[in-house]
Design a protein around this ligand. Structure first.
Ligand SMILES: [Zn+2]
Ligand SMILES: [Zn+2]
Length: 402
């Protein structure tokens, strides 16, 4: 049967899977039910399955019938993330979350369904493939670095690939369009915590203590000066101090003040320099007033950098795909982060956004908020599910053409 007819026939089944996963969201590294659905489906399609890769990750390997007998079998990796978020869903439609405080608010339910759909189509047409398709269902994208965990668990040594691709739905991007760019597309995500240790005193006798509050305030401003005066203006970077805490009583100068926040950059050099400068500023401003600083900096996700060749390849495939209205390759990158970046650090590949539309698709009973990522009124657009499947299928078939 032709690819398009299979997709047409099967789309409603895939939508049911997507809605079932949406109704049963699981947080990072708890994707037991989701992983079981994935593994069962892949097996039913005749795909080799390995479970428990990176704790709750699942990997499926489909071997094409036209694969030449050689040591270096060509292979493509396709990745979907499976985890939900700790958000109370505001939607009341039939497939809304059945679990309090957990929700698929980033569309990973849709990503799982699209990759399962692609697995089903590709398995039914494996006579066309001269190589392997490796289906990577990863846990814990939302702050758990599940991609890194899978890599540490031997993902690419146990299941080698020549390139790896990922697709994420993107609200606001019109239905029927994709967006991707060469080079940096999403920022590195890092966090810091700084404690300013002063000396407590009576609020009316500040000279008897070392007040950590004005010291902390000076540090907040000096951090912003790093962005405006030290960083090169054309090299994007953000420092946001998002938490300040000090003091318990109005008439007491506290012992200490704590600042915490996030740092985003595209370049490693910029990150290295900001981390070092922030530590220096904290130390010297504290020292000049007789206080001490404890500065802790933690790197979470690296910046996501799309390899040029893979990005050109996926653009070509998408541009020729039926139903695609536009492939934007010049959208601005975002300072948001994505742990697929870990995979792109070790393998060439590309990460692409699939237009999720502006929210009109939502079933009756949806929350009144916008249909943006991580919003309690969000829902994945089932109307783009089949396009996502065709994109995965076309990409794999082109990549593994004999
Ligand atoms: Zn997310
Ligand atoms: Zn996401």
């Amino acid at each position: 049967m032709k690819t398009n007819s299979i997709i047409e026939q099967k789309t409603s089944e895939w939508i049911d899977i997507r809605r079932d996963i949406h109704a049963h969201p699981e947080l990072r590294f708890e994707e037991i039910r989701t992983a079981r659905i994935v593994a069962d489906k892949l097996r039913a399609f005749g795909i080799e399955v390995t479970e428990g890769v990176g704790k709750t990750g699942v990997v499926g390997v489909l071997r094409g019938d036209k694969t030449p007998v050689t040591e270096n079998v060509r292979a493509i990796g396709l990745r979907a993330d499976m985890d939900a978020l700790p958000i109370q869903e505001k939607n009341l439609f039939a497939h809304a979350s059945t679990l309090k405080g957990k929700m698929h608010a980033c569309g990973h339910d849709g990503h799982v369904a699209m990759l399962l759909g692609a697995a089903e189509v590709l398995a039914s047409q494996k006579h066309l493939l001269a190589g392997n398709v490796v289906f990577i269902f990863q846990p814990a994208e939302e702050g758990g670095a599940g991609a890194q965990r899978m890599i540490e668990d031997g993902l690419f040594t146990r299941f080698p690939v020549d390139a790896v691709f990922a697709m994420h739905n993107w609200p606001g991007l019109p239905v029927g369009t994709f967006a991707v760019r060469k080079g940096p597309m999403m920022a590195s995500s890092n966090e810091f915590e700084l404690t300013v240790r002063g000396k407590g005193a009576h609020a009316a006798m500040p000279n008897l203590g070392i007040d950590p509050v004005p010291i902390a305030c000076q540090i907040v401003l000096a951090f912003q000066q790093l962005i405006s005066r030290v960083r090169a203006p054309l090299d994007p970077a953000v420092i946001s101090v998002t938490q300040i805490s000090a003091g318990e009583a109005i008439n007491v100068i506290p012992e200490s003040a704590t600042l915490a926040g996030t740092v985003r950059t595209f370049k490693d050099e910029t990150l290295n320099s900001l981390e070092a400068q922030m530590g220096k500023i904290a130390h010297h401003i504290c020292a000049s007033f007789g206080a001490q600083s404890d500065f802790v900096f933690k790197r979470n996700y690296p910046s996501l950098i799309n390899d040029a060749e893979s990005t050109e390849f996926i653009c070509q495939v998408l541009e020729e795909l039926e139903g695609v209205e536009a492939v934007y390759d010049d959208l601005d990158p975002t300072m948001g982060a994505e742990d697929f970046a870990f995979m792109l650090k070790v393998k060439p590949g590309s990460y692409v956004w699939l237009g999720n539309g502006d929210g009109d698709h939502r079933s009756a009973g949806h929350g009144l908020g916008p249909c943006t990522l991580h919003n309690p009124s969000y829902d994945f657009n089932d109307g783009v599910l089949s396009l996502g499947v065709s994109a995965w299928v076309a990409l794999s078939q082109r990549f593994l053409k004999s």
